[in-house]
Design a protein around this ligand. Structure first.
Ligand code: AMP
Length: 290
């Protein structure tokens, strides 16, 4: 690889600079790993950087708070943007490049093309955030076109998003391997999320109910419980006891199709979206029958 990039991370904000740099890396025959993010980086994001560094010669991160995936009433304007701290974290973890475009660099005023991946984007998050995955798939495909990576890294934390991206890559013959990395949690179990910064101390305690309910579900499955309705009742009880103010969904579904399952006969996904105070959080866990 061009050794000049070994020890210092390049930060670029224009597509022209990005293409130039990535082109040099490609011509040098290096493999490229891509880690797309919206910034406000935590150990979850950084675990993706670590995975890319293990598997690829050159790691490119991106930081772009993508307006297209936020609905008008959502938190686009207050989404945290601690850019300097993010860049320091990426540098420290050994990323080689960070692409930090402004909105105008990404979306022309007359932008008119959107990626709709179909059925897998409709339930769960798709029901509560109808245009969300269209925005996610569109920006991710744009990033895939801008950075011709060998592999791209995403977190299991956003499980449905990972299925959406896999579907898009398969359907549109995108020559990038999608890698899904485990959810990174705080010591007490809370799934790391940039949105955790919104939580008051009290709401954070409430939010813990989400990971606790997933642990309870896993415990039940390990003890031999197979009835989905009974597992879901326990999950809802834990969420309510924890003071969760609103449950958007708490479901047990097929991990490939996201269709409800009534019994735990093979791996099944518990997926939860719930509100702690005003903050909407998602989490999930794969259950295995014992
Ligand atoms: P975001 O910045 O929220 O768009 O997330 C960027 C990437 O980091 C996505 O692939 C997420 O799934 C992943 N991610 C977010 N939180 C975590 C976590 N706690 N553990 C692992 N990956 C995560």
């Amino acid at each position: 690889m061009p050794t000049a990039y070994n020890n210092c991370m390049k930060v670029v904000s224009t597509i022209a600079e990005l293409r130039q740099l990535v082109g040099e890396v490609r011509r040098a025959g290096e493999s490229i790993g891509l880690v797309p993010t919206m910034g406000a980086l935590h150990e979850g994001h950084l675990s993706l950087v670590d995975a890319s560094r293990r598997e690829c010669d050159f790691t490119a991160a991106t930081i772009f708070v993508n307006p297209m995936q936020f609905a008008a009433h959502e938190d686009l304007s207050k989404y945290p943007r601690p850019l300097e701290a993010d860049l320091a974290k990426l540098r420290e973890r050994g990323a080689n490049l960070c692409f930090v475009p402004g909105e105008a660099e990404i979306y022309a005023p007359d932008h008119g093309t959107f990626v709709d991946v179909g059925a897998i984007a409709r339930p769960l998050e798709g029901e509560f955030r109808p245009a969300h995955f269209r925005g996610v798939a569109t920006i991710v495909l744009k990033l895939f076109n801008l950075i011709p990576a060998d592999r791209a890294y995403f977190g299991q934390k956003d499980y449905q998003q990972s299925l959406v991206i896999r579907r898009m890559v398969a359907d549109l013959n995108v020559p990038i391997e999608v890698r899904i990395c485990p959810t990174v949690r705080e010591a007490d179990g809370l799934a790391m999320s940039s949105r955790n910064t919104y939580l008051s101390a009290q709401d954070r305690r409430r939010a813990l109910g989400i990971s606790r309910s997933l642990r309870e579900a896993r415990g039940l499955a390990e003890k031999g419980e197979r009835n989905a309705a009974d597992i879901l009742i326990r999950i809802r009880d834990v969420l309510v006891e924890s003071g969760i103010s609103q449950i958007d969904y708490a479901v047990l579904v097929d991990p490939d199709t996201l269709e409800n399952v009534s019994s735990l006969e093979g791996p099944a996904l518990v997926a939860i979206a719930a509100h702690a105070g005003n903050t909407r959080l998602i989490d999930n866990e794969i259950l295995l029958p014992s």
